[in-house]
Write a new protein. Structure first.
Length: 276
């Protein structure tokens, strides 16, 4: 079976306890990722927060120059006005119009999808079909392959105009295909279960800060503590994962928006419209 692989990057700063934001891993991590993606011929999607665009626009413009897709990574608020303003910020600074969205901490609702649709977005990639034990916004009952969500329940297939592109999870144990989790549980475990993955579209995600050992001077919240260990381990784990993909699947790397064309052409000949 032909495999399509989406390697997505959530570009966000590290929030500090004093309410400042640390952007150092964006400045350091994006060039590393662009070089690595060029080595593996990967066309990626970078979901960027509006504050990161304003503070690191010079390095983020290199993403666009390299031919990768820019999506919008929610900053927390999901009201129509906030989504619209952030989209305009991204467009103004990067000269692109994002059509894909990923929610902050994967917290997404049908109301948000409706607002995104009105703004012009075509897909969301927030859903992870995993256990709430890992994150209260995960849902193990959600589909694992791209689908159109219901207008009343985003975790159920339905007739939304937007397409949901779920982040992949491992069979049986349902660990998300995320670099932070791979660093925690080990690449060996992931390789074992990935060999049993049956989905046609495989979607993973990472953050620039996953690549590094955070310096102790960064007073970040507790959820970033794992990033304080292992030095460049994250970068090496990511490279090892990509090498495994090449040997096991020989995937075609696509950006997230390319899934829409594939989904429409192969699986879905019906055009859907959101109610106003």
């Amino acid at each position: 079976m032909k495999r399509f692989c989406i390697v997505s990057v959530d570009v966000e700063a590290i929030p500090l306890k004093n309410r400042d934001m640390d952007y150092s891993t964006i400045f350091e991590g994006i060039p590393l990722l662009l070089d690595l993606f060029a080595e593996f011929d990967i066309n990626s999607t970078f979901f960027v927060t509006s504050d990161a665009v304003e503070s690191t626009k010079k390095v983020l413009r290199e993403i666009v120059k390299s031919g990768h897709e820019i999506g919008y990574h929610g900053d927390g608020g999901q009201g129509y006005a906030i989504l619209k303003a952030a989209t305009e910020t991204i467009s103004r600074h990067l000269n692109v119009v994002p059509i894909g969205f990923r929610a902050h901490r994967h917290k997404i609702s049908c109301e948000t999808l409706l607002s995104l649709s009105k703004i012009g977005y075509k897909y969301d990639s927030s859903i992870i079909a995993s256990f709430r034990l890992f994150n209260p916004y995960f849902s193990s009952r959600a589909p694992k392959s791209p689908y159109r969500p219901s207008l009343s329940d985003i975790c159920v297939p339905g007739q939304s105009h937007l397409v949901e592109i779920p982040i992949s999870v491992l069979p049986i144990i349902k660990l998300p295909l995320a670099l932070s989790y791979i660093k925690l549980f080990g690449l060996t475990i992931y390789k074992f279960f990935l060999s049993r993955l049956r989905e046609e579209v495989v979607t993973m995600y990472l953050h620039p800060y996953d690549l590094f050992q955070l310096p102790s001077k960064i007073d970040a919240p507790h959820r970033f503590m794992m990033a304080r260990k292992g030095g460049r381990k994250g970068f090496n784990v990511l490279k090892g994962l990509l090498e495994y993909f090449e040997s096991a699947f020989s995937p075609e790397y696509i950006c997230a928006k390319e899934t829409l064309q594939h989904l429409v052409n192969v699986h879905d000949n019906v055009k859907y419209e959101e109610p106003l």
